[in-house]
Design a protein around this ligand. Structure first.
Ligand code: DX5
Ligand code: ZN
Length: 226
């Protein structure tokens, strides 16, 4: 029931294909794909071409986290490139309901992302249309930041709303500063899907070839305690 989603932002980009294959073989579930535009967030990463290039390497879901503004123009490109989930920030879309509809029309699961200071009222009229809610536990833009504890309260509030909605299929994802020493507490607050970039990719960087079995097992062992 718990899913581990390594963020490839912290992978070795010179060996990206291998990094993806290895992390999934090491027991991770989902590839988290961070898209930054140097406009909505102060960093620039990867786009649909890279998504298309990695698509044949794995059957795992590709979870595209769009930190871009505007959102809509790029959605079909990611759908064509093989994304399974596309999430966006409500502040970056002029018409949130339309963007959710667009993602679903393109055959993908739709997610809405909440920055640390973004209120949950954006869920009010669209919760039933969402497949995933992503709570940011850092300000978006960079890997390797500290987990912001207030995210736990937010997770509890969203978990309650999901349970009350009756649609328990909605995934509740956390992103930012997830480590072995806090993943259990995060799960207790209601998350079921855990993005981890630096915690996973830095743990394997000295092994040759890069393997992530130990860190993925350690994260799962913590989740087993919940
Ligand atoms: C931050 C990204 C995250 C990031 C997480 O804007 O959305 O997915 O890669 O990295 P860690 O796990 O290192 O905090
Ligand atoms: Zn992310």
């Amino acid at each position: 029931m718990y899913r581990i989603a390594p963020s490839i932002l912290s992978a070795n980009f010179a060996k990206l294909g291998e990094e993806i294959t290895n992390v999934i073989e090491s027991g991770a579930d989902i590839i988290h794909f961070d898209v930054m535009d140097n406009h909505y967030v102060p960093n620039l990463t990867i786009g649909p071409l890279v998504c298309e290039a990695i698509r044949p390497l794995t059957d795992a879901m590709i979870d595209v986290h769009l930190m871009v503004e505007p959102v809509d123009r790029i959605v079909p490109d990611f759908a064509k490139a093989g994304a399974n989930i596309i999430s966006f920030h409500p502040e970056a879309s002029a018409h949130i309901d339309r963007t959710i509809g667009l993602i679903k029309e393109q055959g993908c699961l739709a997610g809405l992302v909440f920055n640390p200071a973004t209120p949950l009222h954006y869920l009010d009229h669209v919760l039933d249309k969402l497949d995933l809610i992503l709570i940011m536990s850092v300000n978006p833009g960079f890997g390797g930041q500290q987990f912001i504890p207030e995210a736990l309260n937010k997770l509890r509030a969203v978990r309650k709303r999901i349970d009350e909605s009756g649609n328990k299929e909605i995934m509740l994802e956390i992103d930012g500063g997830v480590k072995v020493d806090n993943i259990a507490e995060i799960a207790r607050a209601g998350a079921d899907t855990f993005v981890a970039g630096s915690a996973i990719y830095h743990a394997g960087k000295d092994s040759d070839p890069h393997r992530y079995d130990t860190i993925v097992s350690a994260l799962r062992a913590e989740l087993d305690k919940v």
